[in-house]
Ligand binder design. Structure first.
Ligand SMILES: C[S@@+](CC[C@H](N)C(=O)[O-])C[C@H]1O[C@@H](n2cnc3c(N)ncnc32)[C@H](O)[C@@H]1O
Length: 217
């Protein structure tokens, strides 16, 4: 693992996780990234399954607020940072989640497969351009059951509309190593997903590129 990979996850300490929901899901999504919170909740509501893997779970905000299609879904968490795993596991204890320390540029450690995988706001933390990060889609696809859905979002530097607040936040996060999205583009996100999945949708809202990807059943 490179120092840059570690830096993309290192900021998620108990103290920062405490403020994450307010800063990211509250203020930044509304005023900097300009993608309303309901877009993420809808993305999750429409795509989570009864057997879901969430990669880069952070505080588990979306898992806590989305509607699963069954009352007792099987939820598995994977994250490079054990703080995020602990925080989310506690938050969604009602689902008895399993958790794994995992790095998305390497094969995932679990052997089971899932009907849905969420990858929200993770790719912009990971070093390299999206052609390099695309290898994560291979490893995630390995963990998807036939017909399963990969979905999520990321903040690319190129191909979306950034306002001044977004540019300022991206510079600060880039400087501290939390963001690694300088070379990320919507075009590369679309082509890397399309190389691996037959049905790909990528759309942008404000600074954010949202996506769903699956193979036809
Ligand atoms: C910005 S948070 C996103 C949290 C949540 N998905 C959300 O949408 O609010 C990024 C999460 O991805 C994790 N992460 C960063 N780089 C990673 C990597 N290379 N492999 C696995 N997880 C990573 C971080 O530890 C953190 O929990």
């Amino acid at each position: 693992m490179t120092d840059n990979t570690r830096a993309g996850a290192a900021i998620y300490l108990p103290l920062t996780l405490r403020f994450y929901d307010l800063v990211v899901h509250g203020l930044s999504n509304a005023y900097a990234w300009r993608c309303p919170e309901r877009e993420f909740i809808t993305l999750y509501d429409q795509n989570v399954s009864a057997n879901h893997l969430d990669v880069g779970c952070g505080t588990g905000y979306l898992l806590d607020h989305c509607r699963f299609p069954v009352a007792a879904p099987q939820v598995t968490l994977a994250d490079l940072n054990p703080n995020s795993l602990k925080w989310t596991s506690r938050r969604i204890l009602r689902y008895h989640p399993k958790s794994y320390v995992a790095e998305i540029l390497k094969p995932l450690p679990m052997t089971e497969q899932f009907n849905s995988i969420g990858l929200n706001y993770v790719l912009h933390c990971v070093p390299g351009n999206l052609k390099v990060k695309g290898v994560a889609f291979d490893y995630l696809k390995d963990r998807l059951r036939p017909g399963g859905m990969l979905f999520g979002s990321t903040i690319p530097n190129i191909g979306v509309n950034h306002n001044l607040a977004a540019r300022t936040l991206m510079s600060i996060y880039g400087w501290i190593g939390a963001f690694n999205n300088k070379e990320d583009s919507v075009a590369d996100l679309t082509s890397e997903l399309s190389r691996r999945f037959t049905q790909v949708k990528v759309w942008t809202i404000g600074s954010v590129a949202l996506f769903t990807a699956c193979d036809s059943a």
